[in-house]
Design a protein around this ligand. Sequence first.
Ligand code: NAI
Length: 333
Amino acid sequence: MSYDVTLILGDGIGPEVINATKLILDSCPIKFNWDIVEAGESSIKKYGTPLPQNVIDSINRNKIALKGPVTTPIGTGFKSVNVTLRQTFDLYANIRPVKTIAGVPSKYDNVNLIIVRENSEDLYKGIEHMVGDDAAESIKIITRKASERIVDFAFNLAVKEKRKKVTSVHKANIMKCTDGLFLNCSRKVAQNYPEIVYEEMIVDAMSMKLVMSPEKYDVLVMPNLYGDILSDLAAGLVGGLGMVPGANIGNDIAIFEPVHGSAPDIAGQNKANPTAAILSSVMMLRYLGELDIADSIENALNLVLKQEEYKTFDMGGNTGTIEFAKAVIKELK
Ligand code: NAI
C-alpha cells in the first residue's frame, strides 16, 4: 500500500519533530510518497507569503497532511497559517487525545480524555478592528450548523471509542447568545445519544476541575477558544506539550499536527520531544485504516518512553530528538 501525503515541516522545532516522525514512518512496511511543501516564516523569505498556493494545491490533491507547528507573529503580522488552513479546508473538528503515558514524569497517573475543539469559527474568524485609537472590537461568531456538527462529532467519537461521557464546555452564563446557542445545540444533539452521559460545565470551573480531578473527564466538547486554552492546560496534566497529538478533521481532508507550537526557545538544538508529532502520525495511520502499523508504532513509542535512558529534556533527560526517534525504530524492529 502507498499513500500520497503532504508534509509541512513548519517553523522552529517543526522540522526537527516532523523529520524524526518521518524517519519512523519511512521504516514501516508501507510506502509514503511525501509531497514536502513549505509554509510559515521560512516560506515568506522564499515565496513572499506564509501560505503559498502550492501548499493549498498539494493538500487538495492528497487530502491528507502531516504538519509541524508554524510560527504566528504576536499582535501584528500575517494571519495564522494554522487557522487559515483549518478554515480553508473546513477542518471543523480538532481532536486532541490527552493520555497519561507510563514513564513520563507527571503529577497525575490516570488521565485519559479527548478534547474536541470546534475549529472553524468563534473569535478565530478574526473579525476585529480598531474603534478609533483607544478601543478595539472582535466579533465572536457561533452558528447552529457548526455547533451541532461538532457536538455530534464528539458524541459519535464517544460511541466509536467506547467512551461513557461527553462534557459540553461553555460560558453561557455571560455570553448568553453565542455560548447559549452552543449549549442549546449540545443539549439537542445529546438527546440522540441516550447511551452516553451528557454533562455541562462552565469553562472557568472546568479549568479548576481538570487540575483537581482530571480522571473524571472523558470527552470534552467546546468552542474554538476554550479548546485552544484547555488543550494546553490538559497537556500539562500528562507531562507537557511534547506529549499531546492532534488531528484537524473535515469531510474529506485531514491535517495531523501536534498541539504544541514552534517552541523558539528550544529550536535548532535537537532537544524537542517528538512524541506529540509521532502520536499525530499514529492518528493519521488510524485515519488511513492502517491500524496494525499504528498500534506497532504506539507500542514501540510506549516502550521507549518507559526507559530511563531515553528521556528528552522536557522529561528531565538529555536524549536528542533524532536519537529518540531512532530508539523507537529499534523497538519497532
Ligand atoms: P509552544 O507550544 O511553542 O511552547 C510552549 C512551551 O512548551 C515552550 O517552553 C516550549 O519549549 C515547550 N514545548 C513545546 N513543544 C515542545 C516539545 N515538542 N518538546 C519539548 N518542549 C516543548 O508555544 P508558544 O511559545 O506560545 O508559541 C510559539 C509559536 O508557535 C507562536 O508563534 C505560536 O503562534 C505558534 N503556535 C503554533 C501552533 C501550530 O502550528 N499548530 C500551535 C501553538 C502555537
